[in-house]
Design a protein around this ligand. Structure first.
Ligand code: NAP
Ligand code: GCO
Length: 265
């Protein structure tokens, strides 16, 4: 049956920062496909609220407080998941932050903070989870990249540096772990309607017009658009897909200068 390709029954999935937004959409999608969902966050209250939201979707999520940037905290957290839930089959390095500040105004500490969460944390968590996958004979790792993995834009230097690095960390994880039947891929979401993009999306912000006119699909992406792509990469349909970045962007990366209504021929 073709559906068996996308059946994740018996699999344990950890989605870092899966309390809302893209991470939660991925958790719900993988959960509906049968995976046991584990999520972490630094905020206990957010985890409690998220657990209720997962429950409303019929998913019994395992929640745990740990900070993805702290190696000892990650080690303790993953050990707890392995002991109480089971070895991790699917890791989604989703937790991320952004600071929109021009380079000349960006304190070095803030630049480092973004690199810590968006680049070094996937290294820490991936390094801790991979040995269990190797022992088990395989696994799936999905790193949440960005269009900023390949492009810059005003004010997002730290974020673009981190996501560009994450694209190549994905390639290196693939090179080292593919032989262990671990498929390591990335997703590069376009502009998705979450709290991360709220400041540039609502209240008549001009960036909203840019996204709406430059995206060939003519809309912001929904977190579920990314969740569905994650299911594909977490599934048996992608056993030979490795080191790839799947852009889920409504076509904006394919578009050179198209502005809706202005240059339709
Ligand atoms: P979001 O709504 O801001 O959610 C980010 C999640 O990461 C939150 O649950 C957050 O927890 C968690 N997090 C942040 N720092 C953490 C830490 N140190 N330890 C543990 N968890 C931490 O963002 P999103 O839009 O869903 O984005 C999810 C991922 O996709 C990010 O990596 C982002 O860069 C990437 N992405 C987003 C877009 C987009 O357009 N939205 C596009 C491309 C890529 P708290 O809520 O407690 O802060
Ligand atoms: C921005 C946005 C982006 C997106 C996304 C694009 O300020 O330009 O926040 O960085 O979140 O990563 O792929």
């Amino acid at each position: 049956m073709i559906q068996e390709l996308f059946d994740l029954s018996g699999k344990v999935a950890l989605i870092t920062g899966g309390t809302h937004g893209i991470g939660m959409a991925i958790g719900k999608t993988l959960g509906k496909a049968g995976a046991k969902i584990c999520i972490n966050d630094i905020d206990e209250a957010k985890l409690a609220t998220a657990k209720e939201e997962y429950a409303a979707a019929g998913i019994d999520a395992y929640t745990l407080v740990f900070n993805v940037t702290d190696e000892a905290d990650v080690d303790a957290g993953i050990s707890k998941i392995e002991n109480e839930v089971g070895p991790i089959d699917i890791l989604v390095n989703n937790a991320g932050i952004i600071k929109r500040v021009p380079i000349l105004d960006m304190p070095v500490a803030d630049y480092k903070m973004v690199i810590d969460v968006d680049l070094i944390a996937p290294f820490i968590v991936g390094k801790r989870v991979a040995p269990g996958m190797i022992q088990k004979g395989g696994g799936k790792i999905i790193n949440m990249c960005s269009m900023m993995s390949i492009y810059g834009r005003n004010s997002v230097s730290a974020y673009a540096s981190a996501k560009g690095g994450l694209k190549l960390l994905t390639a290196n994880m693939c090179c080292e772990w593919a032989k262990h039947n671990i498929q390591v891929n990335g997703i590069g979401p376009g502009y998705i309607a979450t709290t991360q993009t709220e400041p540039i999306r609502v209240g008549g912000h001009p960036f909203n017009d840019l996204v709406m006119t430059r995206t060939p699909a003519g809309r912001w992406g929904e977190p579920e658009d990314v969740g569905n792509a994650a299911l594909f990469l977490a599934s048996k349909a992608t056993e030979f897909v490795n080191g790839h970045i799947l852009y889920v962007d409504g076509g904006i990366l394919a578009n050179f200068g198209y502005v809706k209504g202005e240059n339709d021929l």
